[in-house]
Ligand binder design. Structure first.
Ligand SMILES: C[S@@+](CC[C@H](N)C(=O)[O-])C[C@H]1O[C@@H](n2cnc3c(N)ncnc32)[C@H](O)[C@@H]1O
Length: 212
């Protein structure tokens, strides 16, 4: 069962293989051109450096993350000073000198809306099948009617237990609505020996553009 406790424990025990040290190359390559000052939501953000890149492009970035350890590490690793205030069950950490906030708490309790854009890397695919539809509905509910979303998903063969979960193309298009387009895909099993060693012939990473 993938519960909040599961994720808190992953952070507590340092099992965070999903974290990438650099900025995700797919973000740099495929992020849509949006006016400076556009608000960007990063659900289930971990301590992703992608948020720094987005803020440096001049967007108003809001990451949402359950684990206080992830938040502390993100702020500490990047030498960021910040102010914190409590809003209901959520803690809002506002970074000084960068247009960036980290909301600490359960994403499903985060109800701000009218975001101009969303960046989902390893968020939807972190959700078990039973909560995936709820996650997509909740995320679309946070968006403005003209929002752009960039999603990175995975589909793989074999019997690996997620997260990350393998999500089929049909499931992605069914959940996100009809204004969705796959703009890139790469079979990582052909380029990264690790996936072959894990027994995968297919470990396909896809990038999707979605209009709300
Ligand atoms: C697979 S990681 C991806 C993190 C980040 N997107 C990245 O690319 O590194 C999923 C993250 O979602 C967080 N998470 C899981 N369930 C959550 C929830 N209900 N609300 C907020 N964060 C959650 C976990 O603590 C974890 O940091």
């Amino acid at each position: 069962m993938i519960t909040n406790e599961f994720w808190l424990d992953r952070w507590k025990t340092g099992r965070i293989g999903f974290h990438q040290e650099g900025v995700n190359p797919k973000l740099i390559e495929f992020w849509p051109i949006l006016p400076k000052g556009s608000s960007v939501l990063v659900p289930l953000c971990g301590k992703s450096n992608d948020m720094i890149w987005l803020a440096e492009q001049g967007y108003q970035v809001t990451g949402v993350e359950l684990s206080s350890l992830a938040v502390i590490q993100f702020l500490g690793d990047n030498d960021l000073s910040y102010d914190t205030h409590q809003q209901g069950e959520l803690k809002i950490h506002t970074v000084n000198g960068l247009p960036l906030r980290i909301v600490e708490g359960d994403y499903f309790l985060f109800t701000e809306s009218e975001f101009d854009a969303c960046y989902d890397r390893a968020a939807m695919i972190a959700m078990p099948d039973s909560r995936r539809a709820e996650y997509v509905t909740h995320t679309l509910g946070r968006m403005s009617s003209t929002a752009s979303l960039l999603l990175i998903s995975l589909q793989y063969d074999g019997d690996t237990q997620g997260p990350p979960f393998s999500v089929e193309e049909e499931s992605i298009t069914a959940l996100w609505g009809n204004k969705i387009q796959r703009i890139a895909s790469e079979n990582l099993a052909q380029t990264t020996p690790l996936y072959k060693e894990q027994g995968h012939n297919v470990f396909e990473e896809s990038v999707w553009r979605i209009q709300a």
